[in-house]
Design a protein. Structure first.
Length: 332
C-alpha cells in the first residue's frame, strides 16, 4: 500500500500542512521540525507525488527509464523503447546514473513524484527484491540488461553466459589457443558475472587451469580496459587471445594493443561483446557478440504494459548473435 501524507503526519506528530511545507518548501520551518518529518518519511518509505497536488485524476501517459550512462548500448535500448512508446501513445522521461544505487533510488523517487505509470531500469549492484518492491508495489517495474535475485520474472536479459562460453570455445577449439585472457567489469552486476562464468566454464571444460593473471577486472570504462590489457600483457608474455566483455573496455584494449605495436590477430586474437560504430574502422573486423538491444527496448515496454494490465507472462532470455570476423584469426 502506498504511504500517504496523513500517515507521515500521524507518525511524526505534526500537522499535514507542516509536513507538506517540509516536503515542498512552501514555508520555512525549524531545522528540528524538518528533521522530524524527514525521519518519518524515511521510516515509512513515503514518496511525495508532486503532480497529485495539481491533478486529482487522469493518466500521465509517462514511462520513466533509468540507464547506466549514455553509451551506445543504452542509446539503442532507448531508441527501441521510444519507437514502441510513440506507436502506443506513451511518452518517456529518461535518467542516467553511474553504478550508484543511491543515485538510482533518487531517480526512482523522482519518477514516482512525476506520476509515471511504469518504470524500466537497468539496476546497478546492490538492489534486492525487497528494495524493488517499494516501487513495484505501486508502479509496474521492469528490469533490463541485469537481473536482481527474486525479481527475475520481470527482467529482460540475454544469454550472456552461453554467449561468452561460445566465444571462448571458438578460440579454444577452432584456433587451438591455450593462453586466453578475460577482461571484465568488476561491477558485480548479473550480466557481467554471467559472462565471466561463461569464460570459466569453457576453460575448465577444456581441461585448462583457470589462471588468475589471465582474468583481469576493471571498472568497465575505456581507460579501465586499457589498464587491464596492460596488466594482462605484463603478467602473461605468452598471451594468445583475449575475450573482452563490453564495448568500452574493448576500445581501451585496442588502444593498448596499438600503442605496443601488437598485431591482431597475428600476435593476439580478440573477441568483443556489443557492437559500436567505431568498430567499422578496424581492420581486420572484430569478431563480436551482438545483443538485440533495440528489440530488448521494445519488448521491455511491452512487458511493462503487461504488468500494468496484471498479465504475468514468462520471459525467456534473448539470444545474442556471434559474428565471426578476422580479429579471432578466422579468414573468409
Amino acid at each position: 500500500m502506498k504511504v500517504t501524507i496523513k500517515e507521515v503526519s500521524k507518525h511524526c506528530g505534526l500537522s499535514t500542512a507542516t509536513v507538506s511545507n517540509v516536503l515542498h518548501g512552501t514555508k520555512p520551518v525549524k531545522q528540528e521540525t524538518a528533521k522530524k518529518v524527514l525521519n518519518s518519511v524515511k521510516k515509512l518509505g513515503y514518496i511525495p507525488n508532486e503532480s497529485a497536488r495539481q491533478l486529482k485524476a487522469g493518466s500521465s501517459r509517462l514511462i520513466g527509464v533509468l540507464t547506466i550512462g549514455y553509451n551506445h548500448f543504452f542509446t539503442e535500448i532507448l531508441n527501441g523503447i521510444q519507437s514502441q512508446a510513440e506507436t502506443l501513445g506513451w511518452k518517456i522521461i529518461v535518467g542516467s546514473t553511474d553504478e550508484d544505487i543511491i543515485d538510482q533510488q533518487a531517480y526512482l523517487d523522482s519518477f514516482i513524484a512525476k506520476r509515471v505509470e511504469g518504470i524500466i531500469m537497468a539496476p546497478t549492484y546492490g538492489w534486492t527484491e525487497e528494495m524493488l518492491e517499494r516501487y513495484s508495489n505501486t508502479t509496474p517495474l521492469v528490469l533490463i540488461d541485469r537481473k536482481v535475485k527474486g525479481y527475475e520474472d520481470n527482467s529482460l536479459t540475454t544469454n550472456n553466459r552461453e554467449s561468452s562460453k561460445i566465444a571462448v570455445n571458438h578460440l579454444i577449439h577452432e584456433h587451438c589457443y591455450k593462453h586466453i585472457g578475460l577482461i571484465y567489469a568488476n561491477t558485480k552486476v548479473s550480466s557481467m558475472e554471467e559472462r565471466k562464468s561463461g569464460y570459466e566454464e569453457a576453460v575448465m571444460k577444456s581441461e585448462f587451469q583457470l589462471t588468475p593473471s589471465l582474468m583481469v577486472g576493471c571498472d568497465g570504462s575505456v581507460s579501465g580496459g586499457k589498464q587491464a590489457m596492460k596488466k594482462m600483457l605484463e603478467k602473461n608474455p605468452r598471451l594468445e587471445a583475449v575475450h573482452v566483455t563490453n564495448n568500452n573496455m574493448l576500445l581501451g584494449v585496442y588502444k593498448e594493443i596499438q600503442e605496443r605495436g601488437i598485431r591482431v590477430p597475428d600476435d593476439i586474437a580478440v573477441i568483443g561483446f556489443d557492437v559500436e560504430p567505431w568498430m567499422d574502422l578496424l581492420n581486420p573486423k572484430v569478431t563480436i557478440i551482438e545483443q538485440p538491444v533495440r528489440h530488448m527496448g521494445k519488448q521491455s515496454l511491452s512487458k511493462l504494459l503487461e504488468l500494468k494490465n496484471d498479465e504475468r507472462k514468462k520471459i525467456k532470455e534473448f539470444n545474442n548473435v556471434f559474428h565471426i570476423a578476422g580479429s579471432c584469426g578466422c579468414t573468409k
